[in-house]
Design a binder for this molecule. Sequence first.
Ligand code: FAD
Length: 479
Amino acid sequence: MKRDLAAIAAREHDVLIIGGGIHGAFAAWDAAQRGLKTALVEAEDFGSGTSWNSLKTIHGGLRYLQGLDLPRMRESIRERRTLLRIAPALVKPLRFVVPTYGHGLKGREALAIALRANDLVSRDRNEGLPAPQRIPPGRSLSREELLHLAPGVPAAGLTGGATWTDAQVSSSERLLVGVLHAADAAHALLANHARVVGFGVSGDRITVVRIEDMVSGEIVEVRARVILNAAGPGMDEVLGLAGSRRPPVPLLSALNLVLRRPVVRDHALGALSNGRYLFLVPWAGRAIVGTDYVPAATADPVEDGRRFLDEARHAYPWARLEPADVALVHRGRVPGRSARQLAGRHLLVDHARDGLAGLVSVQGVKYTTARAVAEEAIDLVARKLGSGRPSRTAATVLKHAAPLPGTLTQQALAAMKDEMALTLSDIVLRRLDLVSGGLPAESELDAIVLALSDALGWDAIRVAREKAGLSESLAGLAL
Ligand SMILES: Cc1cc2nc3c(=O)[nH]c(=O)nc-3n(C[C@H](O)[C@H](O)[C@H](O)COP(=O)(O)OP(=O)(O)OC[C@H]3O[C@@H](n4cnc5c(N)ncnc54)[C@H](O)[C@@H]3O)c2cc1C
């Protein structure tokens, strides 16, 4: 993968994708694999937006049963199976357990029926999967079994529990980079640190996209027959640059707390809190608790984290969570009005109907279903271009969806040489994934900086600048 904005500016593309989160990455791979001339530009670093913050669960959509949304549930089940197949080094089955109290809608009997229905709806969930990647059926648990699996849960009124299996991605960053490698191998041109800052419109058609090279400050103009706005929560800002007057999609600020202690080890544990389930998920030898949502317009990074920690303490009293247990906070914006009104479906809009021919927007709602949503978006793009080749991303194993091999310094050098990491933050946060579980050790950082200085001739000024950039990124992740 080589960053070359001049090459992107030099030709007309069939499709230019704006945004290098998981939706943009899958869209670039899909389009390039169909033989479309494809380019993707990302304002900051690939995967530095919402995609960095996921709770890492690859949901089969059990909760959509409640609203009897079977098409959505089937899509989630299919996509869970696809990711288990095409990214087996990173996506693995994970068992979930929830305790049950009383006999209502979230009681043991109701959940037993839900699990049975889930197994029926997902009866093809393991088709084509090797044994270690398969999802076993769910079942209800007796009170004794539940207490054996989750000894600390409050015992008063406990009737038993339910257990089912979903999946988890160990590194959402490495999966995204694996998709970008596949896009690159299929001849997509990719550039990070390249922000779309404007459009040239002639009549009702967008003729050029203006892109600022965030490294040199230079503006380049790029032509494309179709532009796919995959800027995630930034979708409306991009539409604003094109002069669109569509009402903006309401956004929520979502957060997870990454805990230093592995308070759960081999299964995720749910707890009812304020009428919804929170989950404590084991991850990378630690645990994540999530997810909380507040309206993005009134979000307060410090207060929201503390309040959510309080809620998590009440939901998991036995875990005795303290502020010192929180290694870092994942924060990201997602479409929705409130925790109970998360956007249920992705948006796919052809703006020809708003007087902006050639512009399409896609905004997904789950990391889990990003591949399928990207396929649908590229189906629309391909129709507009008169191209009939179908998507093959569901059937192609991602060769690079795995941790980088070698020592830490070899990995850091490979990230710069082959994976377009431009800064120390790109390397540490999103290629080596050293921060997801907490802050990296000072000695690890020193080793990386030393290797980069030797290999790339970084002088003291550059080293100071890179370290300051990383400190700033890390400060934004504190509780
Ligand atoms: C706390 C949290 C927990 C979550 N947990 C889960 C989970 O467990 N399972 C699950 O399936 N989903 C989960 N999600 C949802 C999932 O993370 C998102 O749906 C998904 O990552 C969105 O991806 P995206 O590509 O649409 O957006 P993003 O990752 O935000 O990508 C959009 C990109 O567009 C770029 N961009 C914006 N403007 C411009 C511009 N002008 N020019 C160029 N580029 C631009 C941005 O820099 C950004 O990188 C969670 C989300 C959050 C916040």
